[in-house]
Design a protein around this ligand. Structure first.
Ligand SMILES: *[C@@H]1O[C@H](CO)[C@@H](O)[C@H](O)[C@H]1NC(C)=O
Ligand SMILES: *[C@@H]1O[C@H](CO)[C@@H](O)[C@H](O)[C@H]1NC(C)=O
Length: 248
C-alpha cells in the first residue's frame, strides 16, 4: 500500500514538473524589431503627446522588440513573479531609452492632468506584453540594452536619406523604401503604414527580424513579414525641424 502511494505521489510530482516547464518556457522563433516614424503618430486623428523630456528627435524611434512565431502569431504577456517589471533596473538605461524609445501616446485625461506621454509606462508595457516572453534569452535589463543596441546598428533614417527618401511630406514608393533597406542591410524589411488625419497613407513603421538567440547584430531574413497595408506610394511626413526639406 505504502509503495503504491509513494509511486502515485512520484508520478503526480513528475506531472507537475512537466506542467510547470510548459508554462515557464515560453518558446518563440524570432524577434520583430519595430521602429516607428514619430511624425506618423502625431499627424493622425488621435494625435500624439511628448514625454516630459520634450519633443523626440526627428528620427525613427523604437516601438519594440517582439518575440514572434514562424507561422505569424506571437506569444504575449508571459508575466510571472520572477520577471515582474522593475523600474530600478532601468536607471542606467533611461538616458538612451529617452533618446531612442519615446512614448508618443497621450495620457488618459481622466487619470491625470498631465499632457505628457509617459515613457516608463511604455517601457513597462513593452516589457510585460513582449519582453516577458523572451525572458529565457534576455532578462529585463538585457532586453532594453539589446534593443537599444539594435537601433544603433541600423540607422534607418540615414539609409533612406542616402536614397533621397526624406521626411518632407512628399510621397515615396514603398518598393524604393524596401530596396534602400535591403541594399544597406541585406534584409527585406516589413513596411507598415497608417493614415493621417486627412486619410493619406503614410510610412509608419519599419520592421526587421532578429535571431532569437539575441546574439549581437544578428539580423535575419524574416521568416514571415508582418502585415503591410501600404499602397504603392506613401507619404513620409515632416516631424519637428524641417532640416530635411529642400529650400532650393
Ligand atoms: C486635476 O486637476 C483638478 C483641477 O485643478 C484637480 O482638482 C484634480 O485633483 C487633478 N487631478 C489629478 C489626478 O491630479
Ligand atoms: C538617428 O538614430 C540613429 C540610430 O540611433 C543615430 O545613429 C543617428 O545619429 C540619428 N540621426 C539623427 C539625425 O538624429
Amino acid at each position: 500500500m505504502k509503495m503504491i502511494n509513494s509511486s502515485i505521489i512520484a508520478i503526480k510530482f513528475l506531472m507537475l514538473v512537466t506542467l510547470a516547464k510548459i508554462c515557464v518556457s515560453q518558446d518563440f522563433d524570432f524577434f520583430y524589431f519595430v521602429q516607428q516614424w514619430p511624425g506618423s503618430s502625431c499627424d493622425t486623428k488621435q494625435g500624439c503627446c511628448f514625454p516630459q523630456t520634450g519633443r523626440p528627435a526627428s528620427n525613427f524611434t523604437i516601438h519594440g522588440l517582439w518575440p514572434n512565431y514562424n507561422h505569424g502569431s506571437f506569444p504575449s504577456n508571459c508575466k510571472s513573479v520572477e520577471n515582474a517589471f522593475e523600474e530600478s533596473k532601468m536607471s542606467d538605461i533611461i538616458p538612451r531609452a529617452e533618446a531612442s524609445w519615446a512614448a508618443l501616446s497621450c495620457p488618459s485625461k481622466k487619470k491625470t492632468n498631465s499632457t505628457n506621454s509617459d515613457n516608463m509606462k511604455l517601457w513597462k508595457h513593452e516589457w510585460e506584453k513582449h519582453g516577458t516572453c523572451s525572458y529565457s534569452v534576455l532578462d529585463q535589463h538585457a532586453y532594453f540594452d539589446f534593443t537599444l543596441n539594435l537601433k544603433d546598428h541600423i540607422d534607418l533614417l540615414q539609409i533612406l536619406l542616402n536614397k533621397g527618401i526624406k521626411p518632407d511630406g512628399d510621397k515615396y514608393s514603398v518598393e524604393k523604401i524596401r530596396e534602400a533597406i535591403k541594399e544597406a542591410t541585406g534584409f527585406e524589411a516589413g513596411i507598415r503604414c497608417n493614415t493621417d488625419a486627412s486619410g493619406n497613407s503614410q510610412l509608419n513603421e519599419i520592421v526587421l527580424c532578429v535571431d532569437k538567440s539575441a546574439a549581437s547584430e544578428s539580423f535575419i531574413e524574416c521568416p514571415i513579414l508582418p502585415d503591410a497595408n501600404c499602397p504603392e506610394d506613401v507619404e513620409f511626413p515632416i516631424f519637428g525641424v524641417s532640416q530635411f526639406i529642400d529650400t532650393a
